[in-house]
Design a protein around this ligand. Structure first.
Ligand SMILES: Cc1cc2nc3c(=O)[nH]c(=O)nc-3n(C[C@H](O)[C@H](O)[C@H](O)COP(=O)(O)OP(=O)(O)OC[C@H]3O[C@@H](n4cnc5c(N)ncnc54)[C@H](O)[C@@H]3O)c2cc1C
Length: 360
């Protein structure tokens, strides 16, 4: 008999877990979300997968990144093949511009370490930046690190494809269904409660509810997830920035300039912590973001802002992101939440860990 699993939350993390677990016919899977898929943090994300270019070189933080980058290389074509959907993604890598004040030795060391780990990173001097990326401000006299093996993916298209592919493998999705609470009183099952409907019992509950995780888990474990706001804009230009055939993601001072097709670019995102418990978008943060982006690529000022949006990143308090754990008196509530700034990147490795926890 198959094990029943209820997954609460259908952002990138819940959808990836549902899809990866659906590859095994050991499970009957139901996914619940109080909205439609990819509406919360996932719907606001830029999908920049900073794996190889991250400063993490060992331990859990590096292993999760490396594993996810590897899995994405097969996952995206696999989903496109299975669903027939197009998942917009960019395999031209990431260029991170380094100001002259940056600690270059730290980046040179990273390049050496990645080489030993059999990954590729390149250090570009100003002349190479000018040749490869004519859109960069000619006054920029720093260096750049180019990571050709990192990528970017449209998070909403990806989540929708995961949902469709999981559905094709028998996963049941229940959207616009809010889960109010979870109980773990029985030794070998958990119950989830929805307003106005009978409770649902399953062998396992997996909580992938992002910012909704804290209240769902509070009777079982104190897992505090704090919102950190991010604002972003989409700019439309008359023609692509620089060379139309080489359109990597460009990063300057933590601001991403992400080509998203049809001469349009996402620029984001601000990082805004709550002030006195309030999460409110700050106009000056958006202004700073625009200034950094237009200083780096002056032609962006010729464009029109066609969309401005904001989202809340789920950041765990007092513990590293992400939180992947087993809680509840019967240990049958699994948690994959608090992915903060890297949920799109880390979803595949999170799904693998949850899969192993189910078998342990
Ligand atoms: C502006 C911005 C830019 C970002 N850029 C990047 C990036 O470039 N790369 C990257 O890797 N990450 C990025 N992130 C971070 C990334 O978006 C998150 O880490 C990731 O989306 C978290 O995914 P999730 O599935 O855990 O949460 P979410 O996407 O928030 O999904 C949680 C889901 O749970 C549901 N839910 C909550 N409570 C309940 C309940 N009680 N009952 C039923 N359903 C419930 C919600 O409706 C929601 O759909 C960015 C985030 C923001 C805001």
């Amino acid at each position: 008999m198959s094990n029943s699993i209820s997954i609460i939350g259908c952002g990138i993390v819940g959808a990836t877990i549902a899809y990866e677990l659906s590859c095994s016919n050991e499970y009957t899977i139901d996914v619940y979300d109080r909205q439609q898929p990819a509406q919360a943090a996932t719907g606001a994300a830029l999908g920049v997968l900073m794996g190889i270019i991250s400063q993490k070189v060992k331990g859990r933080a590096w292993n999760l990144r490396k594993e996810s980058i590897l899995r994405y290389r097969s996952l995206i074509p696999e989903l496109e093949r299975v669903t027939g959907l197009k998942i917009s993604h960019n395999c031209q890598g990431i260029v991170k511009l380094l100001s002259p004040e940056e600690d270059l030795a730290k980046w040179e060391q990273l390049i050496t370490t990645r080489k030993q780990q059999e990954w590729q990173l390149e250090l570009w001097q100003a002349s190479q930046i000018a040749a490869q990326l004519p859109q960069i401000n000619p006054d920029f006299w720093g260096t750049a690190v180019y990571s050709p093996q990192d990528l970017q993916v449209d998070p909403v298209a990806l989540t929708n494809a995961l949902v469709m592919a999981a559905k094709m493998r028998g996963v049941n999705f229940h959207f616009d269904r809010s889960i109010e609470s979870i109980t773990a009183d029985s030794p070998d099952s958990c119950d989830i409660f929805t307003p106005d409907l009978p409770n649902v019992a399953s062998d396992w509950v997996i909580v992938t509810a992002g910012l909704g995780s804290t209240s769902l888990l509070s009777p079982h474990a104190p897992i505090e997830i704090q919102p950190v706001l991010g604002q972003a804009i989409q700019i439309r230009l008359a023609q692509p920035l620089g060379d139309a055939d080489f359109q990597p993601v460009i990063i300057k001072d933590d601001v991403n300039i992400v080509p998203c097709g049809a001469n349009e670019y996402w620029v984001g995102a601000t990082v805004e912590f709550p002030v006195d418990g309030l999460v409110e978008a700050q106009a000056e943060c958006l202004e700073r973001l625009e200034k950094i982006a237009t200083d780096a690529c002056p032609d962006l000022v010729k464009g029109t802002i066609v969309r401005t949006w904001q989202g809340l990143r789920p950041r765990p308090n007092h513990r590293p992101a992400p939180v992947i754990d087993r809680v509840g008196s019967n240990n049958r509530i699994l948690v994959a939440t608090g992915h903060y700034r890297n949920g799109i990147l880390l979803a595949p490795a999170s799904a693998r860990i949850i899969g192993e926890m189910l078998l342990a």
